[in-house]
Structure formats: C-alpha cells, structure tokens
Design a protein around this ligand. Structure first.
Ligand code: R5P
Length: 295
C-alpha cells in the first residue's frame, strides 16, 4: 500500500505510513492567485492500493477540494484502489435535512468521493454513525468509522483521571462517555442539551450529579466554538467538581474556543491529532493503520 499524506495531514499521514512501513508519496500543492487549488502526485501509483490521508479542517471546502483532486489524480493514474482516510470528515453534522430545502451535505460529500474513484472511506468518530450508515447505503463507497475516545481516556488515566466521572454533552453521545468509563473505571452520564435549529442557540442542563470534590471528564466528538464544552465544564465546576478535563476527538477550536473553555474552569484540554492543534497529545495513527491493514 502507498500512503499519500495530503497537505492537511502531512504529520498524521507520515505517522500512518511509518506504522504500516509503507511508502509515503509526497504531493505538490499550491493555491493559484484566484484561489483555486493545484495538486500533483509525485510518484507512479499505477496498480497500487493508495491511501490518501487528508483531514478537512480548518478551511473545510479547500481541504475537501484538495482531497477530491488527489483521489481523482490517483484514479486517473491507474491506482488499483483509492482509499480516502479523512480523520475529521467535514459536513458530517449535516447528515439529515433539519429544514425542508436544505442540502444533505454529508451525502453530497460521499457522492463526490465516489465520483473521484474512492472505494473505501476511513473516518474517526464521525458525528452520528447511524445516519452515516443510512447515507452509505445509497452509495458504493464503504465506510469504516473508528473511535479515538478510548485512547483519549487512556491518556487521561495516565494523568490521574482514573475513576473519574465520564460525561457526554448530550444523551445521543452517551456511547462516548460509556467508552471512556470502560477505560477510566468510573461512572458515566450525560447532559441534557438542546439546539435551536434556526438561531443555533444551545442550552444545556446539567443532570443532578453527585460530583462534589470529584474528578470528571467531558468527552465530545467535536469542539468547534467551544460553547457546548464551556457550558458543560462550568456546570460541573458549579456543582463542586475538583478537577475537570475537556476532551474531544476533533479540535476545530474556532475563534476563542480555548479561552472560553479555560474561563469555564477546565483544568485540562485534550484532543487527538485528527486536526492538529497544541492539544493533540493523542495520535490516531495506530488506530487508522490497524484499519488499513484489514483492507
Ligand atoms: C454537536 O452535536 C457536536 O457533537 C458538538 O457538541 C458540537 O459540534 C460542539 O460545537 P461547539 O463547540 O460550537 O459548541
């Protein structure tokens, strides 16, 4: 297998190639003055299984376009198969039509990948796996979704969070809290969260938890503006938590997310390297390499 670390995942792509002892093929890329992307694969991929590693944040539209160009270039060059490894899959939160007339964005992304010749898609902690499966059923692309939550929990265990309460920001994500609790050994629970589909305003109600003097970790798939995480952390601190860690797989950290979460009282912020940030102390390279070995 040949690994192509895309412009958005040079570090992670290199780590995956190293785990697989595979050749890493560099990519030439630039942006034209008018904003268009240029891509050139720097090696012959004819007859090869090609895994393109390209996350899609920040700047999701550009990263997605680069991914499509790399996939199409590999297909046109006669690759035997093209696998898209997209650690953070942009548009995965628009997996349903919440209002009539809305674009079903995730479906469009999968359709575009298929048109570029992708047969397998590997993602990490996709926002809602059941909805992704519904979309997958309409296409030929097969999707593999792996989770970084146990790795994040393991890391926090090493930092003294063993036995801590694991929480998810809403009931729909309770599987993340449960996965963490299996590693940390403490209980799991969730917050009651609702979002106004028109204004986007989020309200969160902490459940009646006995957290006083205890440690807690809030796990989310994505931290974007930091609003959800800040509300959760503040609620725990108000209830007397001794130490609170904010953990996520995909650290998008738009605007003042870090400051918001720190102000809310977080003692630790941790993420994986699906999107590389100063908080990416956990790598998903081994997880993805293991998945690629199965192909
Ligand atoms: C939404 O349902 C996701 O799981 C996250 O909770 C959300 O994307 C976080 O967004 P923000 O950081 O802007 O509150």
């Amino acid at each position: 297998m040949i690994v192509v670390p895309g412009p958005a995942s040079v570090g992670l792509g290199g780590r995956i190639a190293a785990q697989l002892s595979a050749t890493a093929v560099p990519v030439d890329h630039r942006t034209f003055p008018d904003g268009e992307s240029y891509i050139r694969l720097n090696s012959d991929v004819k007859g090869e299984d090609v895994a393109i590693v390209q996350t899609t944040a920040p700047d999701p539209d550009r990263k997605l376009m680069q991914l499509l160009l790399m996939a199409a270039a590999a297909t046109d060059a006669g690759a035997r198969s093209v696998i898209a490894v997209v650690p953070y899959l942009a548009y995965s939160r628009q997996d349903r039509r919440f209002l009539s007339g809305e674009a079903l964005s995730l479906d469009t992304v999968v359709r575009l990948l298929e048109a570029a010749g992708v047969s397998e898609l590997v993602v990490v902690d996709v926002h809602n796996e059941p909805f992704l499966r519904t979309i997958e059923a309409r296409h030929r692309v097969r999707v593999r979704n792996v989770s970084a939550i146990p790795l994040l929990a393991e890391h926090l265990k090493g930092e003294g969070y063993g036995g801590a309460l694991s929480l998810s920001p809403d009931q729909g994500a309770i599987h993340h809290a449960e996965a963490s609790a299996r590693v940390l050994g403490g209980p799991s629970s969730f917050f009651e969260k609702s979002r106004d589909r028109k204004t986007g305003e989020v309200t969160m109600k902490a459940k009646d938890l006995d957290i006083s003097g205890k440690r807690a970790v809030v796990f989310d798939d994505i931290i974007s503006s930091g609003g959800t995480m800040a509300l959760a952390v503040a609620a725990l601190k108000t209830q007397g938590a001794e130490r609170v860690a904010a953990a996520c797989t995909h650290a998008l950290f738009i605007g003042g997310a870090e400051e918001k979460i720190r102000k809310a009282g977080a003692d630790r912020i941790l993420s994986s390297d699906t999107v590389e940030t100063p908080f990416s102390d956990v790598t998903v390279a081994g997880l993805i390499a293991a998945e690629l070995r199965k192909l």
